[in-house]
Design a protein around this ligand. Structure first.
Ligand code: EPU
Length: 420
């Protein structure tokens, strides 16, 4: 297992390119199951979760080809098995995204139920309720969802009790091939939902309202192939902006979409950083000043993303003043707090709120990554800690950040990957 060794204290400076969005690429790969035609997907990030999804599709008999620029050509015409095994689903919960497409196109699926998770219980009851409302027969047995849809799925009015990103994506995909109209009320508005909708539309689906809280899908008989490019990763963008802010640096990020980061950019500005942006780039400059701690409440898009909560907690730990960060999306997403304390942070938890009082500097220590964004926050803290920080179990980072040590090195950070 690899670890990252970071020697902190260097203000980051320079330019890097942002990769394609993990949380758009995963559902779009699942969407290829909705057609027997060839689908080509560009701007795919080179990540462990992508490899897992490709393995999942490959085991079903789907043909996949990747070129050197990470464009993936998928042909699900050769599918043999509508099965997602526990051994893959347990490593990546997003595997549940194959359920809707398999059921919609093939009328059956057997998908392992995702288990517990480091950040919360994360049930999939709303995915299952929605599919049942569309006429699917579902039974959970021996840890697997056994699903069947005799004939086509039927369009339905779906009132989602909670905003769920993957749930909205699964049901929207299922609805594309259902008979009649499906209306998803209280739908997730995340840009990755819209990106999936745009890809489905380019495959012949009839979808309106993606990006709002009401999505209307008019089912069609079949979808066709497409050539689609994934949108840039707003969370990777936000993470590198925090890297610049926390180190007192100046960084320009290219090939991104700053308009998808409204809540994050507003908080960075409130913290005292100067943020400038164009259509496909964003730059953060601290002018060498120590930034100010900011209060944050996470909520579904367009609110402040839970996927940036850990990074802002790390940033507040070394900023001026006291601030409170409240997590409202997941019930247990503060595993990084104890690790940040090992680096000398003054941070305590009160229910679902992390209260920090900034210290002038952290000190390096061995720390352990527990989930993807918690790991990112430890890397960020390591960038400002005196001496060496060893971040262990970085397979979590490799699930969601493409070549993080190369990108940070390019910005001047002293970071290296070693086998531990
Ligand atoms: N929920 C239910 N029942 C359901 C579905 C969700 O109670 O059937 C609850 C969850 O337990 C949670 C809340 O609803 O408390 C929101 O969960 P959501 O379903 O929106 O999360 P997700 O779709 O499982 C995606 C991202 C996460 C991101 C969240 C929130 C993917 C593959 N994952 O998860 O990304 O944090 O939306 O924005 O898209 C990450 O990239 O690090 C990551 C965890």
């Amino acid at each position: 297992m690899d670890k990252l060794i970071i020697t902190g204290g260097v203000p980051l400076n320079g330019e890097i390119r942002i990769s394609g969005a993990k949380n758009a690429a995963l559902p779009i790969l699942a969407a290829t199951l909705l057609t027997g035609d060839k689908v080509v997907i560009g701007n795919i990030p080179h990540l462990h979760d992508i490899t897992t999804t490709m393995e999942l599709l490959g085991r079903m008999g789907v043909e996949l080809m990747v070129d050197e620029r990470m464009r993936i050509e998928v042909n699900a015409g050769s599918i043999r098995e509508m099965f997602a095994p526990y051994e893959l689903v347990k490593t990546m919960r997003a595997s549940i995204l194959v359920l809707g497409p398999l059921l919609a196109r093939h009328g059956r699926a057997e998908v392992s139920l995702p288990g517990g998770c480091a950040i919360g219980s994360r049930p999939v009851n709303l995915h299952l309720q929605g599919l049942a409302a569309m006429g699917a027969e579902l039974r959970v047995e021996n840890g697997y969802v056994h699903a069947a849809a005799p004939g086509r799925l039927k369009g339905a009015r779906l009132n989602m009790d909670m905003v769920t990103v993957t749930g909205t994506k699964n049901l929207m995909m299922a609805a594309t091939l259902a008979e009649g109209r499906t209306v998803i009320h209280n739908a997730a508005r995340e840009p990755e939902v819209s990106d999936l909708a745009n890809c489905l539309i380019s495959m012949g689906a009839c979808i309106e309202g993606a990006g709002t809280d009401t999505i209307i899908v008019e089912g069609v008989k079949e979808l066709h192939g497409t050539d689609y490019s994934i949108l840039p990763d707003r969370i990777e963008t936000g993470t590198y902006l925090v890297a610049a802010a926390i180190t007192g640096g100046r960084v320009k990020l290219k090939s991104t979409r700053p308009e998808l980061l409204g809540a994050v950019l507003a908080k960075l500005t409130e913290a005292g950083a100067e943020v400038t942006q164009g259509e496909d780039w964003v730059m953060l400059d601290t002018g060498g000043r120590r930034i100010k701690a900011v209060d944050v409440h996470t909520s579904p898009y367009p609110g402040f993303p839970t996927d940036m909560q850990a990074q802002f907690t790390a940033m507040n730990c070394v900023s001026r003043g006291t601030a409170a960060i409240t997590e409202n999306v997941f019930e247990n997403r503060f595993m990084h707090v104890l690790e940040l304390r090992r680096l000398g942070a003054d941070v305590r938890l009160e229910g679902n709120t992390a209260i920090t009082t900034g210290v002038p500097r952290l000190t390096g220590a061995p720390v352990m990554a527990t989930d993807l964004r918690a790991s990112a926050s430890l890397v960020l803290a390591g960038l400002v800690a005196e001496g060496e920080t060893h971040v262990e179990r970085i397979y979590h980072i490799d699930r969601g950040y493409e070549t993080i040590e190369e990108k940070l090195s390019q910005l001047g950070a002293q970071i290296r990957r070693v086998p531990s």
